[in-house]
Design a protein around this ligand. Structure first.
Ligand code: PEP
Ligand code: MG
Length: 575
């Protein structure tokens, strides 16, 4: 028996044998051609065939796993038609007289490597998509179709270095028990797919994946991010009983997910979703979201080669806000810089990008970037419940300057005859310790706060959130972070303002009782966490949560807090 660990990407426990997914690499030869027009014609035929296959893959994935997982195939179609990519390939074929396979392979690979170099989890996942769609097109050019998926004949845990969307669409989902990949993070395709299928997944296990042999017995724990190879009898029994308990809880949680999150003594909080695009809307609504607590607008700026226009942004935000009707949708203005880079936005290299011109700082320094987004938001918020929120606020001045630009946009729009939202609520993210400390003053100039614990933890503990070596230090469960959160909630409430939290912690069952007890009003989380969060809140009393939160604040460490909650609120142990 041996255990390896990775990133927990989708709840649940799977027990079964390993199916090691070993994709045969395609061999690409480079040679000179004489007839570029004939070569280009071959490419056009292959592209047409690829489009057709992607449409089929979209439909099949939509039927099997839902729209969010399927959407990737539409994005892949766009990637294959990217004008820059096509031009580069064309130049190589027409000017350098290179064969199409080699030109396509080299261009796609260079794009993928550029995306990977940015060191962003989301963009790395898109690098995989570029390789996936170009391989599909290359296979069409070469007339090969081999995939190991056809060999999956018994229920198994899929083990792979990385799974591309094209690999997974061919897998017979009746035989998939869970996923384990060496690469990828929580936004990788495997993670999205697993959540869509409601199957457990552990991703990013690294080279340890090589310890798993085809056919070996495995236990995969999607809550803890652990894989046990060849479990002994004791471990098997323990995980089987946890699995049974999990299924029961999952069914119970899903059954109540469209009901409000009210504690046993009548205290109600709001449970909303974190989403990134229009595709996330239905998933959020199905999961029981009472609105959107964080619409990460930067996703609209990724996967493209130029800025989205005001009109495009307007359409996008309006579609999402309208889909939620009276329910609130909180649009966060562009949050780039730090670990999120957009290649076509010219941002000077910084020694310390997390402490540099990031998010609201970037927007305030670049009106040509900021104003179209504000204008789009003000227009989109007309006739619905759209709210606007600003990331990385450090000072009261940041808010005042932002409000000035916003009012300028409102005035301009009115002069131009547009309908604009007059009453749009304005909030800020509390993710910098200075903002948490100044919460009393800040709550006088905004309508609400949303605490961003992903960043608040890293800035409070001075531990980079992208550095696995200091992940434990950067934890939101550090008492210092909880103490800051308490200060923020108390300050806002004294000024009659409400407080949400949209960092990953909002959906963590261990954190929920403490946040609830501290008086948090709104919890914003990834949609799959919603049923479990509601179930937990409905099973505990506010009074107990308040006592527990008080005690937790006096504990000394992250570990002490976690152990304490597990002991006093056993409902948090679902796995
Ligand atoms: C946060 O910092 O907690 C947050 C929600 O923002 P992001 O993870 O997008 O930086
Ligand atoms: Mg943040």
């Amino acid at each position: 028996m041996k255990s390896i660990s990775g990133i927990p990407a989708s709840y649940g426990i799977a027990i079964g044998s390993a199916f090691v997914f070993d994709r045969a690499e395609i061999v690409i030869e480079t040679y000179s051609i004489k007839d570029p027009a004939a070569e280009w014609k071959r490419f056009e035929e292959a592209r047409e065939k690829t489009h057709h296959q992607l449409d089929e893959a979209y439909q099949k994935t939509k039927d099997d796993c839902g729209e969010e997982a399927a959407e990737i195939f539409n994005a892949q179609k766009l990637m294959l038609e990217d004008p820059e990519l096509i031009n580069t390939v064309k130049n190589q074929v027409e000017k350098d007289l290179t064969n199409i396979e080699s030109a396509l392979y080299k261009t796609a690979e260079s794009y993928a490597q550029q995306l990977e170099a940015i060191n962003d989890e989301y963009l790395s996942a898109r690098a995989l998509d570029i390789r996936d769609v170009s391989s599909r097109c290359l296979r069409n050019l070469l007339g090969t179709t081999d995939s190991p998926a056809a060999a999956l004949k018994i229920p198994s845990i899929i083990v792979a270095r990385d799974l591309t969307p094209s690999d997974t669409v061919l897998l017979d989902k009746d035989f998939v028990l869970g996923f384990c990949t060496a690469e990828g993070g929580s936004t990788s395709h495997t993670a999205i797919l697993a959540r869509g299928l409601g199957l457990p997944a552990v991703v990013g296990v690294g080279t340890a994946i090589e310890d798993i042999q085809n056919g070996e017995e495995l236990v995969l724990d999607g809550d803890a991010g652990v894989i046990v190879i060849n479990p002994d009898q004791g471990a098997l029994e323990e995980f089987s009983s946890r699995q049974e308990k999990f299924y029961k809880l999952q069914a119970e949680a899903e059954a109540i997910t469209h009901q409000p999150a009210v504690t046993t003594d009548g205290h109600q909080v709001e449970i909303v979703a974190n989403i990134g695009n229009v595709e996330g809307v239905q998933t959020a609504l199905d999961a029981g979201a009472e609105g959107v607590g964080l619409l990460r607008s930067e996703f609209l700026y990724l996967e493209r080669s130029s800025l989205p226009s005001e009109e495009e942004q307007y359409q996008n935000y309006k579609t999402i806000a309208d889909a939620f009707g009276d329910k609130p949708v909180i649009l966060r203005s562009l949050d780039v810089g730090g670990d999120k880079d957009i290649p076509y936005i010219d941002m000077p290299a910084e020694t310390n990008p997390f402490l540099g011109v990031r998010a609201i700082r970037l927007c305030l320094s670049r009106p040509e970037l900021f104003k179209p987004q504000l204008r789009a938001a003000l227009r989109a918020g007309y006739g619905n419940n759209l709210k606007l929120m600003f990331p990385m606020v450090a000072t009261v001045d940041d808010v005042l300057k932002t409000r000035e630009v916003l009012e300028e946009c409102r005035g301009e729009l009115k002069n131009e005859g547009f309908d604009v939202a007059d009453e749009m609520d304005i909030g800020i993210m509390i993710e910098i310790p200075s903002a948490a400390i100044m919460a009393d003053q800040l709550s006088e100039v905004v309508d609400f706060f949303s605490i961003g614990t992903n960043d608040l933890s890293q800035y409070t503990l001075a531990a980079d959130r992208t550095n696995a070596q200091v992940a434990q230090i950067a934890s939101g469960f550090q008492p210092a972070v909880f103490r800051l959160i308490k200060g923020v909630i108390d300050a806002a409430h004294s000024n009659g303002k409400w407080v949400g939290l949209c960092g990953e912690m909002a959906g963590e069952l261990l954190a929920i009782p403490i946040l609830l007890g501290l008086g948090l009003d709104e919890f914003s989380m990834n949609p799959p966490a919603i049923p479990f969060a509601k179930q937990l809140i409905r099973s505990i009393s506010f009074k107990h949560a308040q006592q527990v939160a008080q005690t937790a604040l006096d504990l000394r460490s992250d570990t002490e807090i976690r152990e304490y909650i597990q002991k006093v609120i056993p409902e948090v142990n679902i796995g």
